[in-house]
Design a binder for this molecule. Structure first.
Ligand SMILES: Nc1ncnc2c1ncn2[C@@H]1O[C@H](COP(=O)(O)OP(=O)(O)OP(=O)(O)O)[C@@H](O)[C@H]1O
Ligand SMILES: O=C(O)C1=C[C@@H](O)[C@@H](O)[C@H](O)C1
Ligand SMILES: [Mg+2]
Length: 170
């Protein structure tokens, strides 16, 4: 059994994924953490020292590696994972369930304005520019996210409720 969570930065993939895996008794893999362990470096430092293209190639390679495993897993992807190369195709082919955690722009702005520091793509975006940046970025990315088998509306629900909803899809 392979469950894959996807969605924009700060939509809750890591939080919900960890909780879901614990409740299902499955191994949890967070693709960002997996990459950090492989490189022995934070995502922030990978971006600043090696650049985004290096990161995207590594992300592509690590995604295939993780989905190739025999074991049942819950995989939380990075915010950009489905949007590069044939990653979304791989996710659809290799997973039993894929869920897009959908959150409104205002909610994403609220969460990201508090947690920009470790997220290189938004780190240098000012408070005023954040809604416009996220709006445009989501416009580009949503077509990929929407290819997931299911879309879960995460507005106004806590992580525990999101987990309950995903369990119903299994
Ligand atoms: N359902 C929820 N309700 C309220 N806050 C939440 C919920 N899910 C997650 N959060 C909070 O939102 C923030 C971002 O969550 P998280 O790190 O899980 O997002 P992510 O999708 O993994 O982001 P990234 O793509 O950058 O890795 C955290 O502070 C987390 O505690
Ligand atoms: O949305 C993105 O492109 C990213 C999201 C994070 O999960 C990390 O994978 C990284 O910061 C890039
Ligand atoms: Mg995460």
């Amino acid at each position: 059994m392979k469950v894959v969570l996807l969605g924009y930065m700060a939509s809750g993939k890591s939080t919900v994924g960890r909780l879901l895996a614990r409740q299902l008794g499955l191994e949890f893999i967070d693709l960002d953490e997996y990459i950090e362990e492989h490189q022995k470096k934070s995502i922030k430092n990978i971006f600043s020292e090696k650049g985004e293209i290096f990161f995207r190639k590594l992300e592509h390679q690590m995604l295939s590696e993780v989905l190739d495993k025999e074991e049942s897993i819950v995989l939380s992807t990075g915010g950009g994972t489905p949007c590069y190369g044939n990653n979304m195709e791989t996710i659809l082919k290799e997973s039993d369930l894929s869920v897009y955690l959908n959150l409104s722009i205002p909610s994403l702005v609220e969460r990201l304005s508090k947690e920009k520091e470790d997220r290189p793509l938004v780190k240098n975006i000012g408070e005023e520019e954040l809604p416009e940046f996220i709006g445009k970025h989501l416009f580009e990315r949503r077509p990929y996210y929407l290819q997931a088998k299911h879309t879960l509306d995460c507005n106004g629900i806590d992580a525990e409720t999101a987990v309950e909803q995903i369990k119903k899809l299994l």
